[in-house]
Design a protein around this ligand. Structure first.
Ligand code: G1P
Length: 291
C-alpha cells in the first residue's frame, strides 16, 4: 500500500453565497476567528502527513498562494518592532519550498472536473481531498483519522456523517453495507438525491482518501446532478473493484460555505481559545437574554 503524501484542495468556487465579501476576495480567505479557511485545511493535511499540495484554483485567487509565501516587508517591520511572537506565528505556518502547486480550473464544470484538473499532480499515487468549506473541530484532525483508516483498510475512504433526511439533496449519500458503528462498507453512492430516493441519510463530507483510478472515470466527463461532472459518480464506479469505506469521524463539522455554519464555526472555534472563551461566553449571555 502506497503512503498518503498528496492532497488536492479545490478552491476555484466563486463563493456567491458570501457576496459582497467575496466580490474581490477568495472565499477560502474568509477567517474563522483569525485564520483563513485555506490555512485550516493545509494545517489539517500537514497533521495527516501530507507533503505535497495542489490547489485547484481559478482567476482572482492569487491571495491563496501569497498567503503561504514569505511576506518580506511585513516580517521586516515586525522584526523592527520586536514583535517576536507574531514572527514566530508566521514562521510556524511556512510550508516546505516547492510543496504547493496550483492548477487552474478554467470553467466551473463541477467538483469531479476540478479533481480531474489535478491529474498530472496525482499521477499514480493515492491522494487526499479536502474541501476547505467543510471545517471539522476534533481532537484528532479529521484527515488524520481518515489516513489511519486508509492504513487499516487500503482502498478508498471517505469521511461520513448522518444528516437530517430532508437534507440528503445537499450531499453525496451512501448505500451502506456492513457497519460496525465506526467504519461502514460503501455499496453505492448517489449525488444529492431527493429525500425519497436517498438510500440512507449517511452523507459524505469534504474529506476523502482516494486511489488514482478515479481519474480514469472522471476522464469520461459524464454529467451528473446539476449537469456537473460529479466526483461522487466517479467514486461510485470504483465500488466493487477495490475496498471502499466510509469513516464516521470523531468531531463536529461546520459547513462554512453557508452563513449559519460559518457563524457557528466562529463561536465554536473562539470557545476553544482560552484567551477568547471567557469574553465570548459573557457576550453570548447578552444575546440569549435578547431572544
Ligand atoms: C460536495 C460533494 C458532495 C459532498 C459535499 C460535502 O458538494 O459533491 O458529495 O457531500 O461536497 O460538503 P457541494 O457542497 O460542493 O455541493
Amino acid at each position: 500500500m502506497k503512503k498518503l503524501r498528496k492532497a488536492v484542495l479545490p478552491v476555484a468556487g466563486l463563493g456567491t453565497r458570501f457576496l459582497p465579501a467575496t466580490k474581490a476576495m477568495a472565499k477560502e480567505m474568509l477567517p474563522i476567528v483569525d485564520k483563513p479557511l485555506i490555512q485550516y485545511a493545509i494545517e489539517e493535511a500537514q497533521a495527516a502527513g501530507i507533503e505535497q499540495f495542489c490547489l485547484v484554483s481559478g482567476r482572482g485567487k492569487t491571495a491563496l498562494i501569497d498567503h503561504f509565501d514569505v511576506a518580506y516587508e511585513l516580517e521586516a517591520t515586525l522584526r523592527e518592532r520586536g514583535k517576536t511572537d507574531m514572527i514566530a506565528m508566521l514562521d510556524a505556518m511556512k510550508v516546505q519550498p516547492g510543496s504547493i502547486t496550483t492548477v487552474r480550473q478554467q470553467v466551473p464544470l463541477g467538483l469531479g472536473h476540478a479533481i480531474w484538473c489535478a491529474r498530472a499532480f496525482i499521477g499514480d499515487d493515492p491522494f487526499a481531498i479536502l474541501l476547505p468549506d467543510d471545517l471539522v473541530l476534533s481532537e484528532t484532525p479529521c484527515l488524520e483519522q481518515l489516513a489511519q483508516a486508509y492504513a487499516e483498510t487500503g482502498g478508498n475512504v471517505v469521511a461520513v456523517a448522518e444528516v437530517p433526511r430532508d437534507q440528503t439533496n445537499k450531499y453525496g449519500i451512501l448505500r451502506v453495507g456492513q457497519d460496525d458503528g465506526r467504519m461502514v462498507e460503501v455499496l453505492g453512492l448517489v449525488e444529492k438525491p431527493k429525500p425519497a430516493d436517498a438510500p440512507s441519510n449517511l452523507s459524505v463530507i469534504g474529506r476523502y482518501v482516494l486511489l488514482p483510478e478515479v481519474i480514469g472515470h472522471l476522464s469520461q466527463m459524464e454529467r451528473g446532478a446539476g449537469n456537473e461532472v460529479q466526483l461522487t459518480d466517479a467514486m461510485a464506479k470504483m465500488i466493487g473493484n477495490t475496498p471502499f469505506h466510509g469513516l464516521r469521524y470523531e468531531g463536529r463539522r461546520f459547513d462554512c460555505g453557508d452563513k449559519i455554519g460559518f457563524l457557528e464555526a466562529q463561536i465554536a472555534f473562539a470557545l476553544k481559545r482560552p484567551e477568547l472563551a471567557p469574553a465570548v461566553r459573557e457576550f453570548m449571555k447578552h444575546y440569549q437574554d435578547a431572544v
